[in-house]
Ligand binder design. Sequence first.
Ligand code: UN1
Length: 514
Amino acid sequence: MSNNFGIQEALKQLGIKEINSGTSTGSKWLSNDGEVISSYSPVDGQLIGKIHATTASQYEQIVQSSADAFKTWRLMPAPKRGEIVRQIGEELRKYKESLGKLVSYEMGKSYQEGLGEVQEMIDICDFAVGLSRQLHGLTMHSERPNHRMYEQYHPLGIVGIISAFNFPVAVWSWNAMLAWVCGDVCIWKASEKTPLCSIACQNIINNVFSKNNVPEGVSCIVNGDYKIGELMTSDKRVPLVSATGSIRMGKKVGAAVGARLGRALLELGGNNAIIISENADLNVAITGALFGAVGTCGQRCTSTRRLIIHESKYEEVKNKLASAYKQLRIGNPLDENNHVGPLIDKDAVAMYLNAIEEIGKQGGKVLVEGGVLTGEEYESGCYVKPVIAEASNDLQIVQEETFAPILYIMKYKELDEAVAIQNGVVQGLSSAIMTTNMREAENFLSHAGSDCGIANVNIGTSGAEIGGAFGGEKETGGGRESGSDAWKVYMRRQTNTINYGKDLPLAQGIKFDL
Ligand code: UN1
C-alpha cells in the first residue's frame, strides 16, 4: 500500500529520505544526534520516514545562527524580502501536488484538503508580497509647535513557531511569510506527528533562498516533543512565540512566555457552533454543517462541534443530516472518491471512543452511531465513523473540544437563547448562523451576538480565507494570525517625535525655566 497514489514519487520530489536530520539552519542540516522520531501514516499504518530530534546543544546552534542572520536580514528593504516570498509562492505552485499529497499521507486529510492547505500557503505568500510595501505606521499632529510625531514598525527578531499536526504546513506559512517580510527570522518546531512536512517545506524554501543568497538562519527547523518547545518558550532571545494547539498546551506556552514578559500569539482550541434558524436555507445549512463537522475528520480547530437548531426545523435537520452521514465514504484520503480520512493516530481514536462513552454516561443520546472501521482498507486502525449525538450544552463532554468527528445537536426557541448557548463555552474561535433573515443575521454579528473571533452568516465555521485575521477569544487564546493587520504582532512599534524648532517646549505645557 505504501506506494499508493504516487506517494513515493512525491516523497522523492520533496527530498524526503528514509532517515532525515530534523534540525536545519536553511541549507545546512545538523548531524543526527538526537533521538529518532518515526513518522507513520495514519492512512495505511506504514512507516513514511524517520527524523532525528533536535538536541539541546543543537538548539543553541540554531538560536545563534538565527540571531546572526537577523543582523543582515533586517537590513534588506522589506519589498526585497517580499520578492523572495513571491518566489516562494511560485515554488509552492510547482510543488502543490506533491506537498498536498504528503500532507494528506502524513496527516490523513483528504487530498483535496491537502491541496487546499498548500493553496493557503500560496495565498499567504501573495498577501505577504503586497504587505511588504505596506508596513506603515501613522503620522499624528504634535501638540507642540515645530514638532513632528509619527510611528514606525521595526522587526522584532527571532519568531518561534510551534505548529500542530492538523495544519502541518499552512499555519507555519501564515507565520513565516509575514515574519519574513517584517524582517524577522524564524525557528519552526513542527508537530512530532507530522515532522516530514517540515522537512519538505524547508527543502522547497531552500531552492529559493540559495538562489537569492539568503543567509543561513533565516529559516530554521527544530523537531522533537514538548521539551524542545520549552527551550523556545523560556528563551529570552525569542521575543515572539506563535503557538497553535490545545488549550492545555497554550496555557503552558502563555505562562512560560509571560513569565519572561515575551509576546505569545496563541491559536488554541475551538468549540464551534452553527445556529440553524427557522429562516435558514436548509441546502446551505446542511452542506455547511456537514463539511464543518466531518471535514479533516473533525480535526480542524474550526470544525463544527455543535448545531443549535430552531425547534421548528429540528426534526427535518436531524433527518437530513442523518441521511447525509449515511452517504459519506470513509477511506484512503488519497483516493478522491472518499470524503473522510482517518484520525491522526490511535491515541486520537481512543479519545474519540472515550468521548462516545461519556456522551451516554452524561445523559446524551447517540443518533448516528460511531465505531472504528476494520478490514484491509482500514488496517492503520485510525478510521472512524462520524457521530451525531443529541446532547445539552452543559454536559461536560460537550464543553470540551474532542478532536474527532462528533457533532452535538440541540434545540432552541428564541434567538437570544441560541446565542447564549453558542457563547456558553470556554472557547471562542469560530461561529456561524444560517438564516436568510437580516435581523437575525445582524443580531448574531452585533456586540450582543457571537463572542468568537470568527462569526459567519450562511457559511460553516471552518474554511476561513487568509485575508482576514484568524484567531479567537477567551481560552482560544486571543491571538490573530494571517491577514488584515495581524502582521503588527511580528513587529515592534516605535513612536518618534522630532523637534525642528529653536525652542524646547515641553508636552502638557509644563514650564521648566531657569
Ligand atoms: C486550524 O485548524 O488550526 O479556517 C486552522 C480553516 C482553515 C484553517 C484552520 N483555513 O478551517
